[in-house]
Design a protein. Structure first.
Length: 231
């Protein structure tokens, strides 16, 4: 082996001498502001998560109320469950699952797009009318509370059974400001049988519904836009 010093020049005695007075000047630099911003964001996110988790439990809501802070508005399902009405809770849950996305949890619909259910003549009419709309769906203009809507409503006859449709219609007819009677599974079955030949064809708007169900509202005949006629 060679007797020469094989270390690089930087590792020689001179280099070691230079390092004796080295001061770690990096420690004097402040914490970079992007790191501070990230830490603050994580802290805020963590606090918000803990707050929402607290609201999601009964204990958490009770703690917030004890602190004089407002509780989140209970859902229709929670309200029914608190009242001990299991059937109403199931009906509200079905509405939330199949209808609330479009018609909203408050039954107000979406202005210019989805008609409201709260106060609707179609909901408060003879039970066969709202049942038939759920069974067959709707495709065509319809006037509700003086406003024209033309969004397509899906057909549910192949997806929902008689008990489920009865529950949804019963819920809608008694929720919000509505005060109409309940609907039974037997009523739904009878309506399904009467419409069996046309279940796969959606109703062609409010005009066809009015023709089929007669004067369910004294003022609606003149309001309904005419359905398109086959050439």
């Amino acid at each position: 082996m060679s007797g020469k010093n094989e270390h690089p020049e930087d590792f020689g005695t001179g280099a070691r001498d230079l390092q004796e007075h080295f001061e770690p000047h990096e420690l004097k630099n402040p914490i970079p502001w992007p790191l501070i911003a990230i830490a603050a964001t994580l802290a805020i996110w963590g606090g918000a998560t803990l707050l929402f988790d607290a609201q999601a439990t009964t204990t958490g809501r009770d703690a917030l109320l004890a602190q004089g802070r407002p509780e989140m508005t209970p859902t229709l399902v929670e309200t029914a469950a608190q009242e001990g009405n299991a059937a109403a809770a199931r009906s509200a849950a079905l509405y939330d699952s199949y209808c609330a996305t479009c018609h909203q949890t408050n039954g107000a619909g979406v202005r210019g797009a989805v008609p409201p259910l709260d106060g609707s003549e179609y909901v408060l009419a003879d039970a066969a009318l709202p049942v038939s709309i759920l069974l067959r769906g709707l495709s065509g203009p319809i006037v509700v509370d003086g406003e024209v809507y033309d969004a397509r409503m899906p057909t549910w006859h192949a997806t929902l059974g008689d008990e489920e449709i009865a529950g949804i219609v019963t819920h809608v007819r008694g929720a919000w400001s509505n005060d109409a009677g309940p609907v039974s599974a037997e009523q739904v079955a009878a309506t399904r049988a009467a419409l069996s030949a046309e279940l796969d064809r959606p109703w062609a708007g409010g005009a066809e519904l009015f023709d089929a169900f007669g004067e369910f509202s004294e003022t609606m005949a003149d309001d309904q836009p005419e359905e398109p006629r086959a050439q």
